[in-house]
Design a protein around this ligand. Sequence first.
Ligand SMILES: NC(=O)c1ccc[n+]([C@@H]2O[C@H](COP(=O)([O-])OP(=O)(O)OC[C@H]3O[C@@H](n4cnc5c(N)ncnc54)[C@H](OP(=O)(O)O)[C@@H]3O)[C@@H](O)[C@H]2O)c1
Length: 275
Amino acid sequence: MSDSPSGSGLDRRRFLGLAGGVAVGTLAAAARAGDSGPSAPGTVLVTGANRGIGLEFVRRYADRGWKTIATARRPGEAADLNALAERSQGRVVVEPLDVTDLAAIDALAEKYRGQAIDVLLNNAGVGGGGDNQIFGRLNYPVFDEVMAVNARGPIKMCEAFLPHVAASAQKKMITVSSSQGSIGSVKMPMLYFYRSSKSAVNMLMANLALQLKGRGIIVGLVTPGATDTDFMKGLPKAMLRPVTDAVEGMLRDIDGFTIERTGQFLDTKGGLLPW
Ligand SMILES: NC(=O)c1ccc[n+]([C@@H]2O[C@H](COP(=O)([O-])OP(=O)(O)OC[C@H]3O[C@@H](n4cnc5c(N)ncnc54)[C@H](OP(=O)(O)O)[C@@H]3O)[C@@H](O)[C@H]2O)c1
């Protein structure tokens, strides 16, 4: 499916009581007890969590009993996310974060210093708008923004949150990429910025996978397929997957990532996409 934008063992109650975050020791103890499988509740940090795919990830992880750090550019306007957090009995914590703000990423990492994050989920993304990326009238400020959100943001998140992920049981750094970033799959020229940003983030994560494999940290790239969110506004619904299906598929892939599979770029069925 092509996706092009138009524009447990662990006792659940232990986590419910840990509104401020899961202590490193708790997860380490769980790991020692052999209780660190992908479905065992841990802690996840999701960027761009206020709507679309990010919001659905938060909903699903919270349902699984995970502690969820849900970041959004403007939490004051994130009504759906705030309502979810209110119902979550402390499992979902909302934090402000613009992933283009490098100092803000560092500050958030500092705030959570000493707390383990099992899955760092780089989800925030922008398409840039089709009209801005037509060769002959490319809009370069938009190019900079798309690269800053889709490529620079994820690698900076991985740098800043490395200690948190390294201290966790599951040790996963996952980025929501796109088949549009697969150079081996492109058939017609379009979306210069968006495609480039996803190819760039793929290369950043391929590097990172090699860098961190020796430390047991798993780096993965997942893809939702063309999904019914604001990202695809204006496209016929019949062409789009429900967001619940897209997230279900990516959760399967995130759960299935192991250190042997680190660095893989997966399609919507969990198979390998060409770079
Ligand atoms: N939907 C698809 O068909 C599709 C296909 C392939 C890949 N993807 C990828 O899936 C991911 C999620 O897309 P989606 O469909 O859920 O899109 P969406 O509904 O447009 O949501 C995008 C999210 O990213 C956030 N975001 C944008 N710029 C940000 C920034 N500078 N800092 C922090 N957050 C920022 C948005 O926050 P605001 O509300 O503040 O703007 C929003 O929460 C993206 O990486 C996208 O490239 C989507």
